[in-house]
Design a protein around this ligand. Structure first.
Ligand SMILES: Cc1cc2nc3c(=O)[nH]c(=O)nc-3n(C[C@H](O)[C@H](O)[C@H](O)COP(=O)(O)OP(=O)(O)OC[C@H]3O[C@@H](n4cnc5c(N)ncnc54)[C@H](O)[C@@H]3O)c2cc1C
Length: 512
């Protein structure tokens, strides 16, 4: 059933009021409903969308032939632009909505963004053209009843607000600048047929018409809803999630345009009907007078909590004033939302499926980023250079089987271990006091505050080395021995062993 403003008028009154004032409120609500279908999907058997060649209808007409077809038009734009402009590959990108448009905005440091220049994608001046704001300093702080919570300040972490649509638009221009490439909107992935030496992708347009395209390889970049990821991972494409909602707005009375608020909690975990969760806010200065606020929580996919974006949005509008006070000129420019995926690998190395013969998963479809600090955009920026160079080599050599494509991955052992730590941020009413997450994070902030600034920057930029994490963890255990009991209670024997395996993998498999 598709969501409409009318249908939520009584059930979600705060969301209803706020979205009614937006020019595209109804459209956003529909999109949110579409993303919330993830919850039905994870509780049903996965669809079979990777099919053998003999299932392709004999009368299927091939409408175009490419080196790479990208299903999904967000982060794929970055990869496709490099494959087209640097490696001269013929590419096609399709998206069921509008390609190169996102429902999020991204924060990152300029130093990291310059990796996009190193990968040959953008010039330095192009990079500067989509940074719409650079704030001076940022901090992380968790609630303490008596107000004594530690505010940990750091510089050059997530301090650049990026105009996502401009960045993606520039990448799209580079794709289309090469004759023969194609970008299709309102085109939905339906299934694919695997042949020995190629793959055929079936798509459906808005009128329900089917088209077939042929490629050497299919890149699945369909995000958290990817049916390919669901099939390859037998319906368990994520172990954890971070439902996130927010707005780009202006007119707050209490927002500092020079300071970013990277992680902030304003109270203990909630234990209400339908929700046992530790809510966390983020606030980032945006372009001009704009200010971006997010509300999110970490959770297991399998928890009984209501993790829908529609419910979280209702909480966001209901509680926004507890975080930032909207003034008389408060205006919402647009909502931002999504389900950030996470996967805890049970092993020394990556344990999630991210490839099959002639199919490679990228971005959130691969779910290899850590939602604890950075997410999928940061991961793509860090890994773009080898993700493109390696795929080009595989295309040249014709090594496009599962085992070959498995090696072209954004898996980073340090990020995997950091993602594991997210389990501590998932509030569990059976094992945790309502202030558990706040107490623990306050202690982590105190430990980081006592170490040189490099430690906090490395932690919040997914760049930690194993010896650095070990030092932080040992200091934490000495300051706050309760963390050892909490580890046992929250992770149990299998979870604790899983984390140790991740750390061992990190120690012996150096990040590239
Ligand atoms: C509110 C929010 C803020 C964020 N901020 C940051 C940040 O500051 N830094 C950072 O590093 N990361 C951030 N992230 C994470 C980042 O946005 C994601 O990692 C990134 O968008 C993933 O891109 P993707 O292309 O893999 O997937 P998506 O962005 O989900 O895009 C998938 C695309 O596939 C299309 N699609 C889906 N199914 C089909 C289908 N069947 N057929 C055709 N097309 C389909 C969709 O329409 C969509 O356009 C944020 C996420 C959220 C939700």
């Amino acid at each position: 059933m598709s969501l409409s403003l009318d249908s939520i008028r009584h059930s979600h009154p705060h969301l209803y009021r706020s979205f009614s004032s937006l020019p595209e409120g109804e459209l956003h609500l529909q999109h949110i409903g579409e993303l919330d279908r993830y919850w039905e999907r994870v509780s049903s058997p996965p669809e079979e969308v990777i099919l053998p060649a003999d299932r392709l209808a004999g009368d299927a007409v091939i409408s175009g032939e490419y080196d790479i077809i990208y299903a999904g038009g967000t982060l794929s734009m970055l990869h496709a632009a490099v494959m087209a402009s640097t490696y001269g590959r013929k590419v096609m990108i399709f998206d069921r909505r509008t390609p190169a448009k996102s429902t999020r905005d991204w924060n990152i440091s300029r130093e990291e963004l310059l990796k996009l220049s190193a990968a040959g994608l953008f010039s330095e001046s192009e990079v500067d053209s989509f940074i719409v704001k650079k704030y001076k300093t940022g901090w992380v702080g968790f609630h303490r009843q008596d107000g004594s919570g530690k505010k940990l300040f750091m510089e050059n972490v997530l301090d650049c607000a990026v105009d996502t649509d401009r960045l993606l638009g520039l990448a799209q221009e580079k794709v289309l600048a090469v004759p023969g490439n194609k970008v299709l909107d309102r085109t939905t992935f339906s299934c694919c047929y695997r042949f020995e030496d190629h793959i055929v992708v079936r798509v459906v347009d808005l009128e329900g018409r089917q088209f077939y395209y042929k490629a050497k390889v299919l890149a699945d970049v369909m995000g958290i809803l990817s049916p390919i990821a669901m099939q390859l991972n037998r319906g368990r494409a994520q172990t954890h999630v971070c439902p996130t909602v927010g707005t780009i707005a202006s007119g707050f009375e209490s927002a500092d345009p020079e300071v970013g608020e990277i992680l902030v909690s304003t109270g203990p975990a909630e234990r209400e009907a339908g929700g046992a969760r530790q809510l966390i806010w983020e606030g980032f200065p945006g372009a001009g007078e704009k200010y971006i606020t997010y509300l999110f929580f970490y959770d297991e996919v399998e928890s009984p909590n209501d993790k829908s974006l529609v419910t979280l949005f209702e909480s966001y509008f209901q509680r926004l004033h507890e975080y930032k006070r909207p003034g008389p000129d408060f205006v919402i420019h647009r909502p931002v939302y999504g389900i950030i995926p996470a996967y805890c690998h049970d092993g020394f190395n990556r344990s999630r499926e991210i490839a099959d013969d002639r199919i490679i998963l990228l971005g959130d479809a691969a779910s290899l980023a850590s939602p604890l600090t950075f997410c999928g955009f940061g991961s793509m920026v860090r890994n773009l250079h080898h993700l493109t160079a390696d795929l080009d080599r595989a295309l040249s050599l014709g090594t496009l089987g599962k085992r070959d494509l498995d090696r072209i991955s954004a898996y980073e052992p340090n990020v995997a271990s950091m993602a594991y730590l997210m389990k501590f941020m998932c509030y569990n009413p059976a094992t945790d006091e309502p202030d558990f997450v706040n107490e623990l994070m306050n202690e982590v902030m105190i430990v980081l505050d006592e170490l040189p600034e490099h430690y906090r920057q490395a932690m919040f930029r997914d760049e930690m080395k194993i010896e650095e994490l070990m030092l932080v963890m040992s200091r934490l255990a000495m300051r706050y021995p309760k963390v050892l009991i909490a580890t046992w209670e929250k992770l149990g024997l299998p979870g604790s062993l899983g984390f140790l395996k991740n750390l061992a993998g990190w120690a012996f498999l150096q990040p590239r």
